[in-house]
Write a protein that binds this ligand. Structure first.
Ligand SMILES: Cc1ncc(C[n+]2csc(CCOP(=O)(O)OP(=O)(O)O)c2C)c(N)n1
Ligand SMILES: [Mg+2]
Length: 578
């Protein structure tokens, strides 16, 4: 090679080094802010972005459907307090991911959904571009914040805004719209690097006012029958030691909401999970920590809450949450960690004991309910009922307290939530505020990837169907996920009847389906079990192997009830009742 040619090549290489582009700036912005995992489905215009991100050391997990990628990102946000990142293509991919983004917002999980989008000029004139859609406008009402970046030099600020919006205050889902043209935009590398923003103190502590702490302490101190309700906000806060210290010092019975189970162990002497209806009815002071008075708590009023007047103390980072359903006597606005540590400090060393008649009433009820349930959990029927199968899983989770339990379905959800005790914080992940089906495989993948812990996914056969294709993803990444399908031939029950013609009834599936065969197609281990003993053996083997496994657990089709535990929410037809 001549010297002249060499110097031209060197100059070209040098010049290239001095440039950056939209692709690289997006990747650099993510890395600079410690966002090291992307959940995605590739396609125009983000295929190369995924490849380049992988090459740059970001973990990029490709899914079979954006909704599952989105759910994985949502639960990553819950588990890590960093925004989970989901990357989708335009219009249909964007819409597929949007349910998960809205779900993240409703559940207060930090998440950023980045979608590629089509040419602005063509979209805005509605001239029919490839996957044309005004995505920003559609996302806006469904998430906490939505931004579009049009220029490479704004990528840094765009990501900073997205990260802050996702994690500060009440966390939620953020949409970031990146038009295809942005990725190829070139700029000087140094200016590009300078345009990036490392977000400082993205979720600043928000301290409660001293007067609010005093008010809360006064109300709690005067309680005769106090109750503390822990919500998933409390689990999210990762203030586990202070929360435990506070609950123990208060001496009050506590009730964990579904995803707060394990924050203090379910077998803790103050846990009132097995005496739920008694404590809700009879408490005179109820303190909510990161739990909202929404439908899951019957809005804080009505039959569930009994006749006795109650005073509520509520900790929430969002002031608008106060008085949302009933009057809050002592609102505590701030982040949960700061509020609980301020409360602990204000309690001093002479906190009065909770009146013994209250603690005795609660523990008597709890023991009575636990004793009533015990024989049902030990039954060895085949085909299994829910209790027999869940008794087995309860024992397995007790022996493997650091495993993560993912759970969805109707009966499969409601009964598992009540029966399977949790022993550590943030180990139970489920359908959340909406009671949505479809989180299963996305959550299982997100949880396995983010924590490295084994996952046990307990799935109704209908629930599993919403994300079932992701078992290929689980096998491809060889994740330690054991899926147990409670196969009762359908939704709620496999015994629904169509009185009109030969079509299957609306809630029935193919009888005797073998979901275990599905995972074999991808190299995973499938097992069909019909008794609690077989179930125990299969799950233990799968969990020990840390390899993908799917266990088809045959459940008596008549065992479940309509809508699990929330059948009362079904509207009734006066006409069909007659
Ligand atoms: C996205 C979504 N679609 C539909 C529903 C309505 N739904 C509630 S539970 C359920 C499935 C229940 O059946 P399964 O998962 O088999 O649990 P089982 O009660 O049979 O144990 C459905 C479809 C929902 N909650 N979410
Ligand atoms: Mg079912």
């Amino acid at each position: 090679m001549s010297a002249a040619v060499q110097s031209i090549d060197a100059k070209a290489a040098e010049a290239e080094q001095e440039l950056t582009d939209g692709f690289h700036l997006v990747i650099d912005a993510l890395k600079l802010n410690g966002l090291d995992t992307i959940y995605t489905v590739p396609g125009i215009p983000i295929t190369d972005l995924g490849r380049m991100a992988q090459a740059a050391g970001i973990r990029v997990l490709s899914f079979r459907h954006e909704q599952s990628a989105g759910y994985a990102a949502a639960i990553a946000g819950f588990l890590t307090k960093k925004p989970g990142v989901c990357l989708t293509v335009s219009a249909p991919g964007f819409l597929n991911g949007l349910t998960a983004l809205a779900h993240a917002t409703t559940n207060c999980f930090p998440m950023i959904m980045i979608s590629g989008s089509s040419e602005r000029e063509i979209v805005d004139l509605q001239q029919g571009d490839y996957e044309e859609m005004d995505q920003l406008a559609i996302a806006k009402p469904l998430c906490k914040a939505a931004f579009r970046v049009l220029h490479a030099q704004d990528i840094g600020i765009g990501f900073a805004r997205a990260i802050r919006a996702a994690v500060s205050g009440r966390p939620g889902g953020v949409y970031l719209d990146l038009p295809a043209k942005l990725f190829g935009q070139v700029m000087n590398a140094k200016a590009g690097a300078n345009s990036l923003v490392k977000v400082i103190d993205a979720a600043p502590a928000q301290f409660p006012a001293p007067a609010a702490i005093k008010r809360a302490i006064d109300v709690l101190k005067n309680a005769k029958r106090p109750l503390i309700i822990l919500g998933k906000g409390a689990a999210y806060a990762q203030a586990d030691d202070d929360i435990r210290a506070f609950v123990e010092k208060s001496g009050a019975p506590f009730l964990p909401m579904s995803m707060a189970k394990g924050l203090l162990p379910d077998l803790h002497p103050q846990c009132a999970g097995a005496a739920r209806s008694t404590v809700l009815k009879e408490a005179d002071v109820v303190m909510l920590i990161g739990a909202r008075l929404n439908w899951l708590l019957s809005h804080g009023k009505g039959k569930t809450w009994g006749e006795a007047p109650k005073k509520f103390i509520q900790i929430d980072i969002d002031p608008k949450e106060m008085d949302s359903n009933v009057e809050i006597a002592a609102p505590l606005v701030g982040d949960i960690g700061s509020c609980v540590s301020a409360l602990l400090a204000a309690m001093g060393n002479n906190w009065p004991a909770v009146p013994a008649d209250w603690t005795k009433t609660v523990s008597a009820k709890r023991e009575q309910n636990v004793a009533k349930m015990a024989p049902r959990l030990m039954n060895n029927k085949s085909p299994m009922d829910y209790h027999g199968a869940l008794g087995v899983l309860r024992a397995i989770v007790k022996e493997r307290p650091d495993a993560i339990l993912v759970n969805e379905g109707a009966n499969t959800l409601d009964l598992a939530r009540g029966i399977i005790d949790m022993h550590q914080p943030r180990k139970r992940l489920d359908v959340g505020t909406w009671g949505v089906m479809g989180i299963g495989m996305g959550y299982a993948i997100g949880a396995a990837v983010e924590t490295g812990k084994p996952v046990l996914a307990v799935e109704g056969d209908s629930a599993f169907g919403f994300s079932g294709m992701e078992i290929e993803t689980i096998c491809r990444y060889n994740l330690p996920v054991c899926i147990v399908i409670f196969n009762n031939d359908g939704i709620y029950r496999g015994t629904d009847v169509n009185p009109a013609n030969n079509d299957p009834a609306t809630c029935n599936f193919v009888k005797g389906s073998r979901y275990d065969k599905m995972i074999e197609a991808f190299g995973g281990v499938g097992v069909n079990v019909t008794s609690p003993d077989e179930l125990r053996r299969a799950v233990n083997e799968a969990m020990d192997s840390r390899k993908p496994a799917l266990i088809n657990a045959v459940i008596d089709p008549a065992a479940g009830s309509e809508s699990g535990r929330i059948g009362n929410l079904n509207p009734q037809s006066v006409l069909t009742k007659k």
